[in-house]
Write a protein that binds this ligand. Structure first.
Ligand SMILES: Nc1nc2c(ncn2[C@@H]2O[C@H](COP(=O)(O)OP(=O)(O)OP(=O)(O)O)[C@@H](O)[C@H]2O)c(=O)[nH]1
Ligand SMILES: [Mg+2]
Length: 202
């Protein structure tokens, strides 16, 4: 089974995207497998609303493990399974908290192994500043690394917020030649295009 990794800076909306994309594909009871940086593995079943309540956070560094959901996507006359894995958010600096550093190291390791990468960026935040300062080094590094692979797309998230369309234009200018799909993880907008993108690589 192929693995599609959801990466990006902390607070970009990765967990919201993972949960709402699963819901968009018709999943109402989510079985989530947690792989912790310590090596501990466990799983838990959530309703979509409980998952949003418990796993999406208003503060940064909410996710501290690899959180995977198996999804079936229609391909041709049948369907194909794909493991969608949400990750701990990245930061530009070396974080002071050792637990967060370990979680970030786990994300970076997973990037090397993934078949497909969806790189979430908060387009509304990018719209507020110049792209280089809003994006930070880590987004450029992920884009540069992932660009060498076939299954890579940037998802410009939070398109429902003011300033996000300015952010999207900046992203397009900054990363010409990349696939950039505007979405709102919160309102499930742009998900048809994301689904079509993923289907191409399964
Ligand atoms: N307006 C708006 N808010 C969003 C959207 N997606 C996520 N958010 C909000 O952004 C915040 C962070 O969302 P998360 O999904 O927890 O972000 P994350 O990237 O998983 O963050 P970490 O786990 O810390 O790396 C939450 O307050 C969400 O409600 C969106 O499309 N639009
Ligand atoms: Mg998260």
């Amino acid at each position: 089974m192929k693995e599609c990794l959801i990466v990006g800076k902390t607070h970009a909306g990765k967990t919201m995207f993972a949960l709402n994309f699963a819901h968009y594909l018709g999943v109402t009871n989510l079985e989530i497998t947690f792989r912790h940086p310590s090596g501990l593995v466990g799983s838990k079943t959530y309703s979509i609303s409980a998952a949003r309540r418990e796993l999406v956070g208003a503060a940064p560094h909410t996710t501290r493990a690899l959180q995977s959901i198996t999804l079936d996507l229609p391909v041709g006359k049948g369907s194909k399974r794909c493991l969608f894995t949400d990750t701990s958010g990245l930061v530009d600096h070396i974080h002071a908290d050792v637990e967060i550093r370990r979680a970030i190291a786990q994300t970076l390791g997973a990037i090397r192994e993934a078949d497909l990468i969806l790189h979430l960026i908060d387009a509304a935040a990018v719209g507020l500043q110049d792209a280089p300062s809003a994006l930070g080094e880590v987004d450029y590094q992920v884009a540069q690394f992932a660009q060498m692979r076939t299954g890579y797309a940037m998802l410009a998230n939070k398109m429902d917020l003011p300033g996000a369309s300015v952010g999207l234009a900046r992203l397009r200018q900054e990363f010409p030649g990349h696939t950039i799909l505007p979405i709102s993880a919160l309102y499930k907008r742009g998900f048809r295009e994301v689904k079509a993108f993923v289907q191409r690589y399964l």
